[in-house]
Design a protein around this ligand. Structure first.
Ligand code: HEC
Length: 137
């Protein structure tokens, strides 16, 4: 489990670097292949998260949610597959909880928001990691 996350994180890191490189060469090379991670989507999704969600949720890689009831976005992936969330965002059924307002996003915006969420996910707490057993020392 942890290993999967580490791989996922290092992949994201590599892709971020690749994205920066592509941004520099993008003017000459033209359209990017659709299968590559879309840095524009992640950036746009981050903007959406900041605009619509950051009043209550921690949207970055660090920090607590302003509204303590709201799960930090970097941990949402522990609850369920983020791909499922994309559909929910479009259908406007993100949460049945009255404390959270209902949002209905265009498919493209939902896609970008989820791309952003995927880019900031962090592994579960260290206690689940076999290499971080504090009591053994
Ligand atoms: C007014 C405060 C508020 C805003 C703004 C807000 N949320 Fe929430 N959100 C909450 C609260 C409170 C919960 C916890 C609900 C619960 O535990 O049932 C929550 C839970 C969630 C969950 C988890 C739902 C679940 O079933 O586990 C997701 C996903 C989520 N919010 C996404 C978003 C997104 C995306 C935005 C911006 C488009 C957003 N929220 C904006 C308050 C907010």
């Amino acid at each position: 489990m942890m290993q999967t996350w580490k791989v996922a994180i290092s992949v994201v890191g590599t892709l971020l670097l690749a994205g920066a490189a592509m941004a520099q060469s993008g003017a000459q090379s033209g359209a990017q292949p659709a299968t590559r991670p879309d840095m524009r989507a992640i950036k746009h999704g981050g903007g959406l998260a900041k605009h619509y969600c950051s009043v209550c949720h921690a949207i970055g890689p660090l920090g607590d949610s302003p509204n303590p009831l709201s799960p930090p976005f970097r941990e949402l992936g522990r609850r369920y597959p983020l791909d499922d969330l994309q559909e929910s965002l479009v259908e406007g059924i993100v949460s049945g909880h009255p404390a959270m307002p209902q949002f209905v996003f265009q498919a493209a915006d939902a896609n970008d928001l989820v791309a952003y969420l995927k880019s900031i996910q962090v592994p579960a707490a260290p206690k689940t990691s076999p290499s971080a057993t504090v009591t053994s020392h």
